[in-house]
Design a protein around this ligand. Structure first.
Ligand SMILES: [Zn+2]
Length: 252
C-alpha cells in the first residue's frame, strides 16, 4: 500500500468519524446516559406560500445559499399536489425567521414548515389542498401535534409576512379537522369585550397591533383590511375563537 493511499484512507476514516457526530455532552457534568430518550418533536405547523413562480424555482431557493440568505422548509407542495420533503421532521428547518406565537419564541425549533407553491396572489388549487390535508393528517398523527396547532407564517410575524395570501382556505382546512375556525352563527362579542387581551390570549404578539389585526383579518375574514381599529365583526369572530379558552362560569 502506497503512503499516499494509506494517507487517503486515514483521511477518509477521519472524515467519516467527524460525520458520525457523538451525542452532545456537557463537559461540566458527568455523562451517565439513559436509554429513555428520543428525538425532540415539533408542537406546531406553519403554513407558507413560496411567492415564487414555480416548484423548480422554490426547490432551488430552499436548497441553496440563496441571495437573501439560506432558507428551507420541511415540505413543499406543488399546485398539482406533488409533495417534496427537504428536511427531516426531527431537524430544525429555516422557514419561520423571527417572530412569536403565544409563548413560543423560537418557531423554527418548535415547528414543521410547509411551503405551498404559489405566486403570492393566486388561489390554492384543490389538488394542492387535498395533499396538504393528507400531510397534516400524517404529521399530526405520527408526531402527535395537536390538530388545532396550525398557523400561517403571517400569524407569527405579522409585521414582516403575508404568506399564505388571503385566499388560503382556512375554513376548508378546519372542516377537515385542522386549525381553528369560529362558529359561523356566533353571537356578537359581549359588552366590554377586551379585543387586544383576547388577541394576545389567542396567540398574536402585539408589538405592532395594526399588523396583528391585518393578520387576523386575512386569516379569518379573507380580507386585507386597512382599518386600524377592530370593528364589531372582528370582535364577534375573535370572541368565538377565544370562547373555548375561557374557564367555565361555575369556577370561583
Ligand atoms: Zn413564509
Amino acid at each position: 500500500m502506497s503512503p499516499h493511499f494509506r494517507a487517503a484512507i486515514a483521511l477518509a476514516l477521519l472524515l467519516l468519524s467527524a460525520c458520525a457526530a457523538p451525542p452532545a455532552r456537557n463537559p461540566i457534568a458527568r455523562w451517565v446516559p439513559s436509554p429513555n430518550e428520543e428525538p425532540r418533536r415539533p408542537v406546531i405547523i406553519v403554513i407558507h406560500a413560496t411567492e415564487q413562480e414555480s416548484v423548480a424555482r422554490s426547490l432551488h431557493t430552499l436548497r441553496t445559499a440563496n441571495r437573501g440568505g439560506p432558507v428551507s422548509a420541511h415540505y413543499l407542495i406543488g399546485r398539482g399536489g406533488d409533495l417534496y420533503q427537504l428536511v427531516a421532521d426531527e431537524r430544525r428547518a429555516w422557514h419561520a425567521g423571527g417572530g412569536r406565537w403565544g409563548r413560543i419564541t423560537d418557531l423554527n425549533s418548535a415547528s414543521i414548515g410547509i411551503e405551498l407553491d404559489n405566486d403570492g396572489e393566486a388561489g390554492f388549487p384543490p389538488a394542492q389542498i387535498q395533499r396538504l390535508i393528507a400531510l397534516l393528517d400524517d404529521l399530526c398523527t405520527r408526531l402527535r401535534i395537536p390538530r388545532s396547532q396550525i398557523i400561517a407564517h403571517y400569524d407569527l410575524a405579522p409585521t414582516r409576512k403575508r404568506d399564505p395570501n388571503r385566499l388560503f382556505p382556512w375554513r376548508e382546512l378546519a372542516q377537515a379537522g385542522f386549525g381553528v375556525w369560529p362558529s359561523e352563527d356566533a353571537p356578537p362579542a359581549p359588552e366590554g369585550f377586551d379585543f387586544w387581551l383576547a388577541m394576545a390570549a389567542f396567540g398574536y404578539a402585539l408589538d405592532d397591533p395594526e399588523a396583528a389585526l391585518r393578520a387576523f383579518r386575512r386569516r379569518f375574514r379573507g380580507i386585507e383590511g386597512d382599518d386600524s381599529q377592530p370593528g364589531a365583526e372582528d370582535a364577534r369572530l375573535l370572541n368565538a375563537l377565544v370562547q373555548p379558552l375561557r374557564p367555565p362560569a361555575s369556577l370561583p
